[in-house]
Design a protein around this ligand. Sequence first.
Ligand code: UTP
Length: 290
Amino acid sequence: MKVRKAVIPAAGLGTRVLPATKSMPKEMLTIVDKPAIQYIVEEAVNSGITDILIITNRGKGIIEDHFDRSPELEQRLIEANKKEVAEEVASISKLANIFFIRQKETKGLGHAVNCARNFVGNEPFAVLYGDDVIIGDDPACGQLIRAYEKYGKAVVGIKAVPEDAIGKYSSLKVGQLEDNVFSVTDMIEKPRTKAEILSLYSILGRCVLTPDIFDILDNTKPGAGGEIQLTDAMKTLATTVGMTGVDFTGKRYDMGDKLGILQATVEIALRNPVLGESFRCYLKELSKTL
Ligand code: UTP
């Protein structure tokens, strides 16, 4: 079955990015000239997704506003002869069929994904974490969808992380299938001891899930941090029917982390067709003073 739906959980508290995220959702933090979540929606659309559910919560209404029309602004831009900007602003609302639902309590990523049950129905669906921006020529979500179509199992996007950092992530038991494609047969969220580490491969930012995940989530007890962890539910899939892991191409930026936000800003600005060259000159001059 074709993957045409995606879920973007964006209801976290963003405590690692305070005070910026006190009233501003981290998913709306700007990278050069677009909010992070727009890059993520564009990745989904470029991967063939037509319907997107964004999971929000109280105080995240500006995410909805961003993907809505803005007739007064568009009209004003047209009157000021800024037709191109007007078209760019209007095009944001036409990227996909975008739906919203509120996660009424912040009980974890697994709980957030479980809010998507009615939207998803009985289809496979992609999950794009709202604070992970991935930039690359081949959209990461699309790479996972291709692996789903080839192997018929739920897929996780994976990357190797340094050993001293794995305790902040998940750790996966993997077996190689192709160059960058693996079978995933077990996983653990935030391993606490060396013995718990299954490999240095961790789930980062993207997955394609099958609808059986919802019944599993219903029975998943709070895990690490007292939250309902998506990894704990995916572990059931991995250990029973098995999953596929794709070490995706593309650079991932963690918008839930202050250093990640700075890296995203600098590197994406350097690729910007309008600003890139002057920003590069500025950085070169600045670096001489460092
Ligand atoms: P994170 O664990 O990175 O988000 O979740 P957080 O809870 O905001 O992080 P802290 O407070 O800085 O540690 C990954 C993604 O899942 C969403 C977040 O918005 C983020 O995009 N999420 C997390 C939810 O939608 N609901 C939740 O209950 C938790």
